[in-house]
Design a protein around this ligand. Structure first.
Ligand code: MN
Length: 228
């Protein structure tokens, strides 16, 4: 018997590659404009401005391989991103200790209702309606650091129905993984279970029902997500 007044909502778990184990998600931080070519395609100066973050909800993450086309949008974009999963955290984490907090890495999609996000941007309002909707974060299995190390270079790509849409390299990130962890930890108390979506290379574009998106990061495998 629990002393909660309603049933406790399920913990969202990301599968760990090659095992039956899952990584429990506490928070989801997402960085904006972390690849210069993507900043330019969104109409911004790629100079190294301070990083900025928004959040999705933990239960927006979805390892099922299906992405249901969301309501109230006719311009839903894919953004392929490397996911960073933390096994520990803290505040004011020094840069040279930041990677010690990483459990592993995986594939993710920061699906975006671009039309709704654009309206919010124009009005100076928060982005949740464009970013933090149901199943807006398809994720692939996590690869522990013990298996893959800390990937800081390698091809990142996304194709739709066999056509290459997004292509870049992890080494093009403006803010590197240790820098993102250190920066976030100045403003938030990071903890085990937090994940970071590390930004997307250029080539973001709209999807439609029936599309098969294949995301791939060198060293982290590939995953197909179907728009349903
Ligand atoms: Mn993104």
């Amino acid at each position: 018997m629990s002393d909660y007044v309603i049933e406790v909502p399920p913990v969202v778990g990301i599968p760990v590659a090659g095992t039956d184990a899952r990584f429990p998600v506490r928070r989801v931080y997402c960085i904006g404009r972390n690849y210069a070519a993507h900043a330019v395609e969104m109409g911004h100066d790629p100079d190294r401005e301070a990083p900025f973050f928004f959040q999705k909800n933990p239960n927006n993450l979805d390892p099922s391989g299906e992405f249901p086309y969301p309501p109230h949008s006719s311009d839903v974009h894919h953004e392929v991103e490397m996911l960073v999963a933390l096994k520990s955290g803290g505040s004011n984490i020094p840069l040279d200790q930041a990677l010690d907090h990483v459990y592993g890495y995986g594939l993710s999609l920061d699906m975006t209702r671009r039309d709704l996000q654009g309206e919010q941007k124009k009005m100076g309002r928060p982005w949740e309606i464009g970013k933090a909707f149901e199943r807006s974060g398809p994720v692939g299995p996590l690869h522990p650091v013990s298996k893959v190390g800390h990937p800081d270079q390698g091809r990142v790509s996304l194709s739709v129905n066999g056509d290459l849409r997004q292509e870049g390299d992890l080494n093009q990130m403006i803010w590197k993984v240790p820098e993102m962890i250190a920066y976030l930890s100045e403003y938030f108390e990071l903890a085990a279970g937090d994940v970071i979506m590390s930004g997307t290379p250029s080539g973001v574009a709209a999807v439609k029902r029936g599309d098969a998106m294949v995301m791939e990061i060198e060293g982290l495998g590939a995953m197909t997500v179907t728009v349903v």
